[in-house]
Ligand binder design. Structure first.
Ligand code: MSP
Length: 507
């Protein structure tokens, strides 16, 4: 049986258009999904939209339309963006989907019956923009939320509460595993929430109506975060008649990776495992909590108005360029910058000058000196660059298996750099002049093989350019895989066409 891999992004609020921050998480997930497919995993990649809640209700009112009309429009722009960015998800779940609504009501009823949820009264501060109940540590003295900078509102309602406090020991044990990365976030959760008194969580609202009603008491609407977190399992059929996907992908043997931004780590590392545990489902193998894209010193966000619109960006630049910047320039364990200058510089340095230049030089020389085809018998298997190529595959796999995409791509770029350096040192054009054709063939063959490795390892990122990179080496892209690369099972055809890859971006 094939191994399975489930990967998810948060489901985003359609309270406005998506920006480059959302694009970040979704691209990470897409790259991991594609990498796993290359490793013969059966993959399920889930993304979607989080459509209920007070903020959406307000937005719809401002626009004089119903909430459903409002979200329908925005969700189309989400799908359009993912399409333009070559995001290849398996399901786009909407929390207004009928199957999701029914399943959330079942989950709520189940927890109520188990007495994990009880009726009470709650008083505190609430951030409508983030749909989050805030502790005093999350606000300044004027009750401004430190993430989105909106003022929190007073909140006092009859509400159902989830017995979060009961789960302290469970969470402490869970946090002893490496379920949450990076380590810094793990410590933050332990110190700020888990070890310092976990409070029960309000899980219904009565003061607005755009959401999923509690069956047992319909004036109560299920708290948007309980509704939203459930998407990860309702999308697979939890609470429906068909649980085939759930059994397959949310199984003990299956690998489950969830990727989120750091501001919602609390929900995914505390409340979500509690829900799963209560439903007798396994905890994800890994929760990867990444940093923010910062702009002008602040988190890039709709409410702060400092966003970069990826749709605009994709009018000027290719999806590969955007995907590349995300993986190469934004390491997940810290905050990252997005400026157009850095973006152009990274593209020119890494793709135009390093990788692109390598491919075009080598293919030009193979065409010029050998009419497009080398003698492949002349491979020096002990050459340091041949060994380095194989080692790069190993290192890359190890890092990718650990979800360290940024470190993995650095290894690939290093190999390309070494190849360029090797060209400078061996000066193949001189070998031709000196009539050392065998040596020239050997040299170019080493480079040709390594270019295949570089290109293949970039395949999950450079989805649009990949095919041309491989064709430029005279190889059928479909025949390239981890096995054929490591075991020398590649057939080279005659290279004829010169293709332009990664044209330099002019500032
Ligand atoms: N609807 C909730 C998530 C529910 S998941 C069960 C939500 N939506 S959101 O639209 O606000 O999206 C938040 C997510 O967008 C973050 O977790 C992160 O993945 C991404 N980002 C939004 N702004 C970002 C940055 N400035 N930088 C990096 N990622 C950012 O929260």
């Amino acid at each position: 049986m094939k191994k399975t891999f489930f990967v998810s992004t948060p489901i985003y609020y359609p309270s406005g258009n998506l920006h480059i921050g959302h694009t970040y998480t979704t691209t990470l997930a897409d790259v991991m999904a594609r990498y796993k497919k290359e490793n013969f995993y059966e993959v399920f990649f889930l993304t979607g939209s989080d459509e209920h809640g007070q903020k959406i209700e307000q937005k719809a009112k401002e626009n004089n339309i119903t909430p459903k009309e409002y979200v329908n429009e925005v969700v189309e722009t989400f799908k359009d963006l993912w399409n333009k960015l070559d995001i290849n998800y398996d399901r786009f779940i909407r929390t207004t989907d009928e199957d999701h609504i029914i399943a959330v009501q079942k989950i709520f009823s189940f927890l109520l019956k188990k007495d994990l949820i009880y009726l009470s009264e709650y008083k505190g501060k609430y951030c409508i923009s983030c749909e989050e109940f805030l502790t005093f540590e999350q606000m300044d003295k004027d009750f401004v939320h430190n993430v989105c900078k909106n003022v929190a509102t007073d909140f006092q309602e009859e509400t159902y509460m989830l017995r979060v406090s009961k789960f302290q020991k469970y969470l402490q044990d869970l946090f002893k595993t490496n379920f949450l990365v990076p380590e810094s976030r793990k410590n933050e959760m332990l110190n700020s929430f888990i070890n310092t008194g976990l409070e029960d969580l309000s899980v219904t609202r009565v003061s607005f109506s755009w959401g999923i009603p509690v069956l047992e008491n319909p004036k109560h609407i299920v708290y948007v975060w309980i509704d939203a977190l459930s998407n990860y399992i309702t999308a697979l059929g939890f609470g429906s008649d068909n649980t085939e996907l759930l059994e397959k992908f949310w199984s003990e043997d299956g690998e489950i990776l969830q990727i989120v931004g750091k501001e919602i780590t609390r929900f995914h590392s505390i409340y979500w495992p509690i829900l799963l545990n209560s439903l007798n489902l396994k905890t994800p193998n890994k929760l990867l909590s990444h940093g923010w894209i910062i702009s002008g010193g602040n988190k890039m966000s709709k409410s702060l108005g400092n966003v970069i619109d990826p749709i605009e960006l994709l009018k000027s630049y290719s999806s590969d360029a955007v995907r590349f910047y995300i993986i190469n320039n934004l390491p997940t364990d810290r905050d990252g910058e997005w400026t157009e200058e850095l973006f152009i510089e990274s593209f020119n340095t890494n793709l135009a000058n390093n990788v692109g230049n390598l491919i075009s030089r080598v293919s030009n020389m193979i065409i010029k000196y050998f009419n497009g085809k080398l003698n492949t018998k002349l491979l020096d298997k002990n050459h340091y660059l041949v060994r380095m190529g194989l080692e790069t595959i190993e290192k890359y796999k190890k890092l990718m298996d650990n979800y360290e995409m940024n470190a993995a791509i650095k290894e690939v770029l290093k190999l390309a750099q070494e190849c360029n350096k090797f060209i400078e040192e061996t000066k193949p054009w001189n070998l031709e002049k000196e009539d050392k054709l065998e040596e020239l063939n050997e040299t170019l063959l080493i480079l040709q093989k390594n270019i295949l490795i570089v290109s293949y390892l970039l395949k999950p990122i450079l989805t649009k350019s990949y095919e041309n990179m491989i064709l430029q080496m005279g190889v059928n892209p479909e025949k390239v895989n981890f096995d054929s690369l490591t075991n020398n099972k590649i057939d080279f055809e005659t290279i004829s066409k010169k293709l332009v890859l990664f044209e330099r971006i002019k500032k």
